[in-house]
Design a protein around this ligand. Structure first.
Ligand SMILES: [Cu+2]
Length: 70
């Protein structure tokens, strides 16, 4: 059974940013789908098991952006 978790990413300005975040977060272990909404900064991560938030944050930062505190 898959689970989803959402965060808000700051600093994205265009489709390239969306692609960069999607590619990095897709590499987090267990992640099966990533959806990024440029307008809202919404990041929705689907995974087989609850995903490691620290890994998601690290992936977003690796792409060059930040996860907003929630
Ligand atoms: Cu961009």
């Amino acid at each position: 059974m898959s689970t989803t978790a959402t965060w808000t990413v700051t600093g994205m300005t265009c489709g390239h940013c969306v692609t960069a975040v999607t590619e990095e977060v897709s590499q987090v272990p267990g992640v099966t789908a990533v959806d990024v909404d440029l307008a809202s900064g919404g990041l929705t991560v689907t995974s087989d098991a609850p995903v490691d938030e620290a890994a998601v944050r690290a992936a977003v930062e690796e792409a060059g952006y930040e996860v907003a505190d929630r």
